[in-house]
Design a protein around this ligand. Structure first.
Ligand code: MG
Ligand code: MG
Length: 237
């Protein structure tokens, strides 16, 4: 899973560098495909319930699952880049939300807080903790900064499948959840909105947007619970 995670990290690097004004989201998908080919990795996104690309590209008010296509990035946009790869049957999954050129202070705060909420969640992936400690930590950071946490879409366990049980909510769901043990691996992925947490699914069957049109950010890592604490797998070699 470390190998798959390194490929995902490279996809994130390449697509982040490519996210400039005038570039289409289809071009970012192409950059990610080239990384998969170069590294001999398979895509876990392409063909997933018919998904037509190797990454999800979710600009501005799109929360997750945006389909790469003709959308042209412009100065002041933010865009979530969600990347995945399979190496030797094992999956990696990670996302960042990046600015396109200059962005206003509130948007900068949204990105910073969402990433901080992910870091706080990761910090809970310690043997003996309960899984839902992750969501509580994410929620505390995001709501503490005045933002809302999406409830309708959540993180997941990951291994020989991209989406495995159990789910990893980004909020306290009212129960502590399973006890964490070494060897468990999770994709933690807070989705944080400036306005309402309510979501709307567009007619394409994939694109999830904020119900009030407000901006949304999304950060994700694949993390293993180890004897030495949480180990983030979706990082460069
Ligand atoms: Mg993902
Ligand atoms: Mg995921």
């Amino acid at each position: 899973m470390r190998k798959a995670g390194r490929v995902v990290a490279e996809m994130l690097e390449v697509t982040t560098a490519g996210a400039r004004p005038g570039v289409t989201t289809a071009q970012l998908d192409k950059l990610a495909r080239e990384v998969l080919e170069r590294r001999g990795a398979r895509s876990n996104f392409l063909g997933y319930h018919g998904f037509p690309a190797v990454i999800c590209t979710s600009p501005n008010n799109v929360i997750v699952h945006g389909i790469p296509g003709s959308y042209v990035l412009k100065e002041g946009d933010i865009i979530s880049l969600d990347c995945g790869a399979i190496i030797e049957g094992y999956h990696g999954d990670a996302a960042v939300t990046v600015p396109v050129g200059e962005i206003p202070p509130l948007t900068e705060k949204l990105l910073r807080v969402t990433e901080e909420s992910l870091v706080a969640g990761i910090g809970q992936l310690v043997q003996g903790n309960r899984l839902h400690d992750v969501g509580l930590a994410v929620q505390t950071v995001a709501e503490g900064a005045g933002f809302s946490v999406v409830r309708g879409y959540v993180g997941h366990a990951i291994g020989t499948q991209m989406h495995e049980e159990p789910a990893v909510p980004n909020y306290w769901p009212g129960t502590p959840g399973p006890k964490l043990r070494t060897g468990m691996v999770f994709a933690v992925e807070p989705m944080v909105n400036v306005g309402t947490a309510e979501t709307v699914l567009l007619d394409d069957g994939w694109t999830v947007v904020t119900a009030d049109g407000s901006l949304s950010a999304h950060f994700e890592h694949t993390i293993a619970v180890t004897d030495n604490g949480p180990e983030v797998l979706t990082v460069p070699a």
